[in-house]
Design a protein. Structure first.
Length: 441
């Protein structure tokens, strides 16, 4: 009889672990209410259409409007309810997961029958205890591991967040005359020439000798924002990923790169960025490495200044509590990023699912699809000690950049014509100049 009870307990514990929802017990927690800083002890039940349902210690259901909770508890409710929705959807839709669970149960049964065969149920003594003790350990460890894996997988593959509204997207990017938009069933596309309306380059003290020229971000080379973003089970940190290509697109059609350059350095901290948080890459392509918060006045309060390439919007600073990716959930289960003043500045991790260019590897992996640039001249080396003091538009398609080095002033006058011919005039401190021409292919 003792042996039978032992078997039942072990099997029951193992199967119970396969069936549990990922936790090892639920404990009441302390909730803070904004009104008079009241404190309430209760379990979270659910969040539905702005109403939070809690269960008190005496099993009484308490309902509160989510706005009655402290900011921290509101964020907890949104995160928890989003995960529960994802898990429930996974349970209701994933027949494949159920099939795997059934196979796992059959495997356990097979192990039990095998042990019965080897040792015999009637066999007394040490062999019996060792066999079933080992079985118990294996089943418990496997069950917990499978449960945790299933929880992570369901959160990623089956969670549902609201789709991006097309009218809202058009209003954000439509605030700039040089930006055109279109869409299909999967993506919202942003087209621009890569040249912002604001001044550029001034303030750079660590210069790569690149200057801003236009790039054709249109047609099949447009920037693409997923209309239906999806949460990722394993968000990728921008500290260890995406040091090549853009991670977001600003409302003015300018790409936003990782705050770290391709050498893993904080581009802002080492003086590579201008007064607007941008600079030019090897293809003379202008892009930001800092959040373009200066665009807020143009897009309007309450609207994002950019969209990450995973489909989630990027807003300015907030007093709301943010997660480790610098984002937060809203009452409707939508997700949004925010900016902060210090590194990592924006998008500490890519919370949404993205495709990675298979030809790239971390940390210089790249999100796909990604608009491409075309260089018109060979990339130059950094000019140590150079400080860009002025940048201005002389006339249509012609600019002048002024920099100082060793207390001497140098000027670059450059421009392009309608046939793709680019001319660069390098003016020395003594007034002499060299002219170079490049044909864009």
């Amino acid at each position: 009889m003792t042996r039978i009870i032992f078997i039942i307990l072990i099997q029951g514990l193992a199967f119970g672990l396969f069936a549990h929802d990922g936790g090892h017990g639920t404990e009441s927690q302390i909730w803070k209410l904004k009104k008079g800083e009241e404190i309430l002890r209760a379990d979270f039940v659910k969040h539905e259409e702005g109403t939070v349902y809690l269960r008190s210690d005496n099993h009484t259901i308490i309902t509160l409007d989510i706005s009655e909770l402290s900011d921290r508890d509101q964020q907890y409710v949104l995160n928890k309810s989003n995960w529960i929705g994802a898990a429930n959807q996974s349970i209701s839709t994933s027949s494949y997961t159920a099939f795997l669970s059934f196979l796992s149960w059959l495997m356990q049964l097979a192990v039990v029958l095998f042990l019965f065969y080897v040792f015999g149920i009637k066999k007394q003594g040490q062999y019996f205890k060792i066999a079933y003790g080992a079985l118990a350990f294996v089943l418990i460890m496997v069950a917990c591991d499978n449960t945790n894996s299933a929880k992570g997988t369901s959160e990623v593959l089956n969670s549902k967040v609201p789709a991006n509204g097309l009218a809202f997207l058009k209003s954000v990017f439509g605030a700039f005359d040089n930006v055109n938009t279109r869409h299909d069933e999967q993506y919202f596309y942003i087209e621009s020439n890569g040249i912002p309306e604001h001044e550029m380059m001034t303030g750079i003290t660590n210069w790569q000798q690149q200057v801003p020229i236009p790039h054709d971000y249109s047609g099949n080379n447009s920037w693409a924002i997923p209309i239906q973003p999806r949460l990722s089970a394993n968000p990728l940190s921008t500290k260890e990923n995406f040091m090549k290509g853009a991670i977001a697109i600003a409302a003015n059609g300018i790409p936003i790169f990782n705050p770290l350059n391709n050498r893993g350095e904080d581009a802002n901290a080492i003086g590579e960025l201008d007064n607007w948080g941008g600079h030019c890459g090897r293809a003379d392509d202008y892009h930001y490495h800092l959040p373009p918060t200066h665009l807020q006045a143009r897009v309007g309060e309450g609207k994002p200044i950019a969209y990450a390439l995973d489909g989630f919007p990027l807003y300015g600073e907030t007093t709301q509590q943010l997660d480790e990716y610098l984002g937060r959930f809203n009452a409707d289960s939508s997700y949004q990023y925010h900016t902060v003043k210090e590194y990592p500045y924006l998008l500490a991790g890519m919370r949404g699912m993205v495709e990675i260019n298979p030809r790239t590897k971390a940390p210089e992996n790249e999100i796909s699809p990604q608009a491409k640039t075309k260089e018109v001249r060979p990339a130059l080396r950094p000019l140590r000690g150079a400080v860009i003091t002025n940048f201005k538009k002389i006339q249509f398609n012609q600019y002048e950049l002024t920099y100082t080095i060793d207390n001497q002033t140098h000027i670059i006058i450059y421009g392009w014509d309608d046939n793709g011919l680019y001319s660069f005039e390098f003016v020395s401190p003594d007034g002499t100049s060299d002219l170079l021409n490049f044909q864009r292919k």
